[in-house]
Write a protein that binds this ligand. Structure first.
Ligand code: SF4
Ligand code: SF4
Ligand code: SF4
Length: 229
């Protein structure tokens, strides 16, 4: 099995419901709490497993606002796993989910530096690394109705812009969406082979202006600038 997400950049409205639902579920779940500092103060900070960034793509009057949710992409060749000195970061053989063993993590931050997508955040209060688990404590919970065995972000998205499933199954919802809509990897040139895929915006004028570069490719370069510190 190869579990992951498909995110539709055409229909995402940037409402942040996915990020909030993620934080709520994971604060009370297996890797929580996700710390916050000064949440209502002038300089709030906190640990999030999913963040939504917003870009303006193309030139006026054909420009388009694109919202780009980003969490761990559960890479096939995960840089975060390669660099981890304690073995705390690992990729599960049975379903491809990348996790951090909270008991083995020493909070050295190497994995966060290695991840090109900015998908990991050090919990400043606990001193351990946090990241998306695909809500592993929901998706395998047989006490939940089958329809609810999905990541919190997928369940909550009001525009159904997020799909979850098995990329190894050619008939799964995620595989069909990637085939039919041209799902793309984020920054494929890096070679980490992310599992999660993005569906590009449909606006034909904007896509035409991109010439040889894909919309996601262009977003990638922006994301690259924004995230790499
Ligand atoms: S909940 Fe859905 S529409 Fe809202 S930001 Fe997340 S992916 Fe986009
Ligand atoms: S997105 Fe980053 S944290 Fe997730 S598997 Fe890839 S390298 Fe690791
Ligand atoms: S912060 Fe934790 S998970 Fe990341 S590299 Fe260091 S020990 Fe490994």
């Amino acid at each position: 099995m190869k579990l992951g997400l498909v995110i539709d950049l055409d229909t995402c409205v940037g409402c942040h419901a996915c990020a909030t639902a993620c934080k709520q579920w994971n604060t009370s779940g297996t890797i929580g709490p996700l710390a916050d500092s000064e949440p209502y103060g002038k300089d709030p900070s906190g640990t999030w497993l999913n963040r939504v960034r917003t870009y303006e793509v193309g030139d006026s009057p054909d420009s388009k606002t694109v919202h780009m949710p980003m969490s761990c992409l559960h890479c096939e060749d995960a840089a975060c796993v390669t660099v981890c000195p304690t073995g705390a970061s690992y990729k599960r053989v049975e379903d491809g989910i990348v996790l951090v063993d909270q008991d083995q993590c020493m909070g050295c931050n190497l994995c966060a530096w290695a991840c090109p997508y900015g998908a990991r955040e050090l919990d400043q209060q606990q001193g351990t690394m946090k990241k998306c688990t695909l809500c592993i404590d929901r998706i395998y919970d047989e006490q939940l109705p089958e329809a609810e065995r999905q990541p919190a972000c997928v369940l909550t998205c009001p525009t159904k812009s997020r799909l979850f499933g098995d990329f190894d199954d050619p008939q799964s919802e995620v595989s069909v969406a990637v085939r039919e809509r041209g799902g793309q990897d984020l920054m494929p040139e890096l070679g980490y082979q992310p599992t999660n895929k993005y569906l590009p915006p449909r606006n034909p004028k904007v896509v035409a202006k991109m010439e040889r570069r894909s919309v996601v490719g262009l977003l990638s370069s922006w994301v690259n600038k924004v995230i790499l510190r």
